[in-house]
Design a binder for this molecule. Sequence first.
Ligand code: ISL
Ligand code: CA
Length: 547
Amino acid sequence: MESKDWWKEAVVYQVYPRSFKDGNGDGVGDIAGIIDKVNYIKSLGVNAVWINPIYPSPNVDGGYDISDYTGIQPEFGDMHDFDRLVKVLHEKDIKLVMDLVLNHSSSLHPWFIESRKSKQNPYRDFYFWRPGKKNNVPNNWPSFFGGSAWEFDPLTEEYYLHLFSKEQPDLNWEHEPLRTAVKEIMRFWLDKGVDGLRLDVISAISKRTDFPDADTQDFNETIEKYYANGPRLKEFIAELKQVADEYGAFTIGEGPGITPLNALDYLDSRNGLSLIFHFGHMFLDQGPGGRFDPVSWELDEFKNVFKKWNDAISEKGWLSIFLGNHDFARLVSRWGNDKDFHSESSKMLLTLLLTMPGTPFIFQGDEIGMTNLKLNSVSESKDIETLRGWEQAKQKISEEEFLKKVNYAGRDNARSPMQWDNSANGGFTTGKAWMTLNSNRSVINVANEEHDPDSILNYFRKMVTVRKENKILMYGIYESIQTDDVGLFLYYRILGLEKWLVALNFSSQHISSLFLNSIAKERLVGNYRQEDLMIIRPWEAVVFKVD
Ligand code: ISL
Ligand code: CA
């Protein structure tokens, strides 16, 4: 009998459908393509798949602007394909987690088309409308995608709120009929056998609806203080949880603005979500200007994030852990060394992912070591955040300088098509791919790694097995270890009398650690073939059993 909380023992694979596999040669990934690759997904040893939005959408923001919450984007297929996907995944004992975007809809959603018609329209209050101040925006809130978070609509001469693009008007959760409609959408997908929901920007469904001016220029602070963690958040989350409980469904909330201090507000055992994604580590290298204001990061800060969040959540909640997704750069390029130690550092980061407490989420392609993309012009980007970011940046810096930031931190990095083999388009499509393919696809691809016992892919599979066969990695307590070994990230996992030590070298240096050399230990698994108990090699990951 499965444990009630299957997701505590799961490893989740994130599929970005548009770039995973094209099943009909039109250059765009689709549901047929995912079905075609279910055996590959199964071969990873993962228990669940989270797919990014596949609903009808004008695709202004990669499908995160939904115009029909209970349909399928025609480019991706139809409801029959979707039902087939559910059936095939369940036959292989793989759960399906869908991505629901409930903080905002598309401006082409019928609700918004109605809402903007008149101030008396029954759908008016499905969104936030405010008169301006002396012909200006109601307040100084910035959008995630640059510019104001308010758009003037001449039809009724009022502004509407959009934390993201103007094509993504925020839904007004204060309005009870909206919440009722949202719950029906949840039931529609849960009735179709969906096992869980990833709730987009759920931290913002209750915001400061008195709309005061932000008193900070720091964007992440603005999110925390004004957009997220609003006064009715726990109430709204409890309503969602009630619907999820009707089906025993898993819920994970994506939460910019969630902090270690308020995380448990989202994870209350009775009325909270199963999990949240926090961004403690994901903003370390973002300056006050956000994504395109990159700053250097220190390993100590990175370590502290894991300690802080573990201390905040592990007692009463359950952690999730991810190092990359469709919104961030590729993990080996961002945290590792994708030039001189590509394989070692990919494997080291995958070791971290699979030996930390909390449910691990692996983004498509990171299991084979896919790297950042190199855009040669901003016009190559398919990401609204980059395109709008350039609109802002072009007043101050050159395209070449902006491209450096984009190629380091932009979301296109993660969205280039999955690399299956060394055929023309990396085996992703027989047509013309919807976006730039990575030039290293003939080297880094599934086919090249499938039968290589030393490949990143087979190391990932091995580490998934190690995790799933050892409860200590799922349920053991996490204890960070402080030493003066610069470059080393060391931590214990302890369960009962069993004690494991994970040693990760985040540097290109060889490290002889007095601490490590002073303890009796047996090497269990690592990313170097030969054992060397005295020296930790560049980007080496070793898991030891210690008495
Ligand atoms: O890109 C970010 C800010 O630098 C992320 O914080 C991200 O925008 C934020 O976490 C919300 O992301 C989610 O909602 C967005 C969508 O663009 C992202 O793809 C999605 O993951 C709006 O729906
Ligand atoms: Ca297609």
